[in-house]
Design a protein around this ligand. Structure first.
Ligand SMILES: NC(=O)c1ccc[n+]([C@@H]2O[C@H](COP(=O)([O-])OP(=O)(O)OC[C@H]3O[C@@H](n4cnc5c(N)ncnc54)[C@H](O)[C@@H]3O)[C@@H](O)[C@H]2O)c1
Length: 382
């Protein structure tokens, strides 16, 4: 009987306001023993300033990917260089290493993560480490480990230390049974990739920790993010099969500038939601800074534009009329794209915390072509 009462009390707390507001909140605590690993990079570690307490102290995991370096740059402008620590398991290029604090951190090493958070007095954790759809499908065990076990480490550490935690989700968290045009925040989510499954898991676990332990969990479902300095195709031919999104929307610019020809592996009318990287990074900062009482939910869709390969090609044609586009549809890529949202309903983000995109399709195309140096070529060619 007392057990039933205790369980009933716990369930009641969980359904009540986050963090309980009910006296003592329960925080999961793991045993913390001596760390077998020490933080790797002494130089960058000690370069962190401890004087600036007005700003959040931010750790970005998986910071050397497409989004982390740009986000660090934006946050450093706002909160000061030394308050933002980039981390990853890869070796940083010179320019990144010298642009602010960088440390080695494997999210599967709980004790090391714990040590980093304590030693650097971290207050915000931005969790970018993940194996995305391509790499994930090629190595499901590793994806399960990084995307699910790694997330558990992050959640426990964030809850223990009262951190604000941001974890991005994706349009890949939806599946063929979700409404696709447009996809609301709350609907059926039955993705069929390990990446999508792990992101639904992250959304649910983050929200559970929020309601159960008061964790300040914030999550945005990003659409496909387009940036000029990302590497379309990802390199390995075997993996390339799975890389469809938003790679075609990046590749077209590179090919337009380099060769004037682009082969698209999706049907011309395949509509997908997309966003320019600057909007994505700004949205991330905005949700992190949003006052708690403006957030009616913890996982939001955000969107900027939604276009098909044909619409994108038409826009590029306005700048480069000689661009040739041919369609050579890949059935696997097409199947995955056909299971994802065509358009994202982000009205809750717009209403709650004022999300507003700046880049639409024409602005995106102009920016990408300028960035890739098409302007100088165009001036001489056309
Ligand atoms: N880029 C997009 O279009 C997009 C869209 C939706 C969501 N997202 C999400 O945004 C986040 C960042 O995306 P991205 O495009 O920069 O990813 P990315 O693949 O470019 O980078 C991920 C980083 O995680 C690191 N990593 C892998 N295993 C690790 C481990 N064990 N410990 C620590 N780091 C590890 C990798 O070294 C890599 O630098 C991801 O969570 C992704 O799911 C991205």
């Amino acid at each position: 009987m007392p057990v039933i009462k205790t369980l009933a009390r716990a369930a009641k707390q969980m359904l009540q306001s986050p963090g309980c507001g009910c006296g003592t909140s329960i925080v999961p605590v793991r045993f913390i023993g001596a760390s077998p690993r020490q933080v790797a990079s002494d130089a960058s570690f000690h370069s962190v300033s401890f004087s600036d307490t007005d700003h959040p102290r931010v750790l970005i995991t998986g910071g050397l990917g497409q989004l982390g370096v740009g986000l660090a740059k934006l946050l450093r402008k706002r909160f000061g260089k030394n308050n933002i620590i980039l981390s990853d398991i890869r070796k940083p290029p010179d320019n990144v290493f010298h642009s602010g604090p960088f440390i080695y951190s494997d999210i599967l090493d709980y004790k090391n993560l714990h040590e980093i958070v304590v030693n650097n007095r971290i207050t915000w954790l931005i969790h970018y480490s993940a194996l995305l759809s391509a790499v994930g499908e090629a190595n499901v065990r590793l994806a399960r480990s990084v995307n699910i076990t790694g997330l558990h480490n992050i959640l426990d550490i964030a809850a223990e230390h009262g951190l604000r935690l941001f974890v991005p989700s994706t349009i890949g968290a939806f599946g063929p049974t979700s409404p696709r045009n447009s996809t609301p925040d709350l609907c059926i989510q039955r993705p069929r990739t390990i990446y999508g499954v792990s992101k639904v898991h992250a959304e649910l676990m983050g929200e559970y920790y929020h309601y159960r332990y008061g964790l300040d969990f914030r999550c945005l479902r990003y659409p496909g993010i387009i940036s000029a300095d990302s590497q379309p195709g990802g390199g390995t031919t075997g993996l390339f099969l799975f890389l469809l999104f938003p790679d075609y929307a990046v590749q077209i610019f590179h090919d337009a500038v380099k060769t004037g020809k682009f082969e698209c592996n999706l049907k011309p009318d395949t509509r997908l939601p997309m966003m320019y990287i600057d909007d994505c990074l700004r949205a991330t900062l905005e949700i992190l800074e949003a006052p708690t009482d403006t957030l009616s939910m913890r996982t939001y869709n955000i969107n900027a534009m939604s276009f098909t390969p044909e619409e994108l090609a038409q826009e590029v044609h306005k700048h480069m009329p000689e661009l040739q586009v041919i369609y050579n549809v890949d059935a696997i890529r097409q199947g995955i794209a056909d299971s994802w949202p065509m358009n994202f309903d982000d009205s809750n983000a717009r209403n709650d915390w004022g999300w507003k995109h700046e880049y639409d399709l024409p602005e995106l195309v102009t920016t990408m072509l300028n960035f890739l140096g098409a302007d100088s070529r165009l001036a001489s060619t056309y």
